[in-house]
Design a protein around this ligand. Structure first.
Ligand SMILES: *[C@@H]1O[C@H](CO)[C@@H](O)[C@H](O)[C@H]1NC(C)=O
Ligand SMILES: [Zn+2]
Length: 390
C-alpha cells in the first residue's frame, strides 16, 4: 500500500497536465492513488481482482472513488478527458464531486455539489470519454468520481479503469445542459428551511408555528396534492404565499425520477408539477426539490430542458424525520438538527408527516436562530435577484 501510494504520488507529480490513473479496481479498499473507494451497502459490488461488477436495483446507490480525502486541484485538467473502461450495461450516470470550501469531510455539506452526465451518451464499445469541461464544478476542489443512478435493475456493469487522459479518439458529444445543485445557502450568515410534502392534518399546525416564530420558509409542493380538490393544500399554500413564504415544486406524483422508465415520464413529472404550482398558486417557480433526494444525469438534464433555469435544492441539515418521525421519545430529530448545524449545515430538509416532527419544529427554529444566522427563504439565501428583499 505504501509502495503503491508512493508510486501514485510520483505518477501524479510527473504529469501535472497529463494523464492520471484514478482507479484500476484491483483492490477493494483503495484506488490507484491510494485513496478510499467503495460502494453503498445496498447494492451488489463484486470485486474480481482486476475489475468491479456493479448491479443495483435502486437508482439511489453509488460507487465512489476519491482523488483525495480533502480537495484535489484539477484546474489544469479542464481540457482533458475522463476515461472509463467498462463492459455491460451503460445506463448509469457519472458525477464529478466538489468538496466544501474547508476541504473538510467533517463539515456540512460534504460534498458541496457535483455535476453529472449520462454514461451512455459518451460510450463507444467499452470506452467512455467525457470531457472534463462537461463537469461544471469548481475543479480546484475536486473530491472524486461517482458511478451512480444505475437505471437498469436487472443488468450489471463491470469497471476496470478510471483515468484522466489527454485525448479522446473519435469525437465527443455536446454537453447536455444541467442546472445547478445546491446543498447550502450562498448568502453569508443565512439559513433556510425547505419544507416538503406532509399530511393535511398537520399542515395548519406546522404553518402556525412557522408564522408565530416570525420566519419565512420555502415549501416544496407535490403537484397532484395541489390539484386534488378534496385536499386542503391549495388554500393553505395560497395563505402561505400571502404570508410571505416561498413555494417551489417537488414533482407531480413523488416517484424516484431517475428510476422512471422513459424520458417522457420524467418530463411529465417536471412539467405537470411546475404547471400545478403556476395554475393553483400563480407562481412560476424555478426551485425544485427531488423526491427522496434521488439524483441522476437524466433528472438533471430533463429538468433543465423542461423548466430551464431551475435550481435543485438539496440539503445540509437533515432532520431525519424519515428515520425517527414515527416514534421519537428521545427527540432524535432535534439531535440530528443540532449535529448538522454544528457542522455548518444551513439548508434544511423537513416534512410535516409526523406529530413528533411538528412538536419539535419550534426547537429546530430555536436551534437555527441560536447559530446567529438569519433565517430566510431559499431564494433569499441563494441571493436570487428576484427574491423579495430581506
Ligand atoms: C441530496 O443529498 C442526499 C444526501 O446527501 C444525496 O444522497 C442525494 O443524492 C442528493 N440528491 C441530489 C438531487 O443532489
Ligand atoms: Zn418528498
Amino acid at each position: 500500500m505504501l509502495v503503491q501510494g508512493l508510486l501514485s504520488i510520483l505518477a501524479f507529480a510527473g504529469t501535472a497536465f497529463g494523464e492520471l490513473v484514478l482507479d484500476r479496481f484491483d483492490n477493494s479498499g483503495i484506488n490507484a492513488l491510494g485513496n478510499w473507494h467503495g460502494c453503498d451497502g445496498s447494492m451488489s459490488c463484486q470485486w474480481n481482482g482486476d475489475s468491479l461488477t456493479i448491479q443495483s436495483a435502486d437508482t439511489d446507490n453509488s460507487f465512489f472513488t476519491q482523488f483525495k480525502g480533502a480537495c484535489q486541484d484539477l484546474g489544469s485538467f479542464n481540457d482533458q478527458f475522463l476515461h472509463i473502461v467498462c463492459s455491460g450495461d451503460k445506463k448509469f450516470s457519472v458525477a464529478l464531486t466538489q468538496n466544501n470550501n474547508g476541504c473538510d469531510m467533517s463539515r456540512a455539506p460534504y460534498p458541496e455539489t457535483w455535476d453529472i452526465v449520462n454514461a451512455e451518451d459518451y460510450s463507444n464499445g467499452e470506452d467512455i470519454y467525457i470531457p472534463m469541461s462537461h463537469f461544471n464544478i469548481m475543479k480546484s476542489r475536486t473530491l472524486g468520481v461517482a458511478l451512480k443512478a444505475f437505471r437498469n435493475p436487472g443488468a450489471s456493469t463491470t469497471f476496470s479503469l478510471i483515468e484522466i487522459v489527454d485525448s479522446a479518439p473519435g469525437g465527443v458529444p455536446e454537453k447536455k445542459p444541467t442546472g445547478p445543485l445546491y446543498f447550502s445557502c450562498t448568502r453569508p450568515n443565512s439559513i433556510a428551511f425547505g419544507i416538503d410534502d406532509g399530511i393535511p392534518s398537520l399542515t395548519e399546525d406546522m404553518m402556525k408555528i412557522v408564522d408565530s416564530e416570525g420566519i419565512k420558509v420555502t415549501f416544496f409542493v407535490v403537484g397532484n396534492s395541489l390539484d386534488n380538490p378534496d385536499l386542503p393544500f391549495k388554500a393553505l399554500y395560497k395563505r402561505a404565499l400571502a404570508n410571505g413564504h416561498q413555494v417551489g415544486f417537488h414533482s407531480y406524483t413523488h416517484p424516484k425520477l431517475e428510476g422512471l422508465n422513459s424520458v417522457s415520464a420524467i418530463d411529465d413529472e417536471f412539467l405537470r408539477s411546475h404547471d400545478a404550482v403556476m395554475r393553483n398558486l400563480g407562481v412560476d417557480s424555478r426551485y425544485f426539490r427531488a423526491p427522496y433526494g434521488t439524483d441522476g444525469a437524466l433528472t438533471r438534464q430533463r429538468l433543465e430542458a423542461t423548466v430551464p433555469g431551475t435550481k435543485i435544492i438539496n440539503w445540509s441539515v437533515d432532520i431525519e424525520d424519515w428515520i425517527w418521525g414515527p416514534n421519537d421519545p428521545d427527540r432524535q430529530q432535534t439531535l440530528a438538527v443540532q449535529r448538522d448545524l454544528s457542522k455548518g449545515g444551513n439548508l434544511f430538509v423537513a416534512h410535516y408527516l409526523y406529530i413528533s416532527t411538528v412538536e419539535q419544529l419550534r426547537q429546530f427554529i430555536k436551534d437555527a436562530k441560536a447559530t446567529g444566522k438569519q433565517i430566510m427563504r431559499v431564494d433569499q439565501c441563494l441571493m436570487d435577484p428576484n427574491a423579495p428583499p430581506l
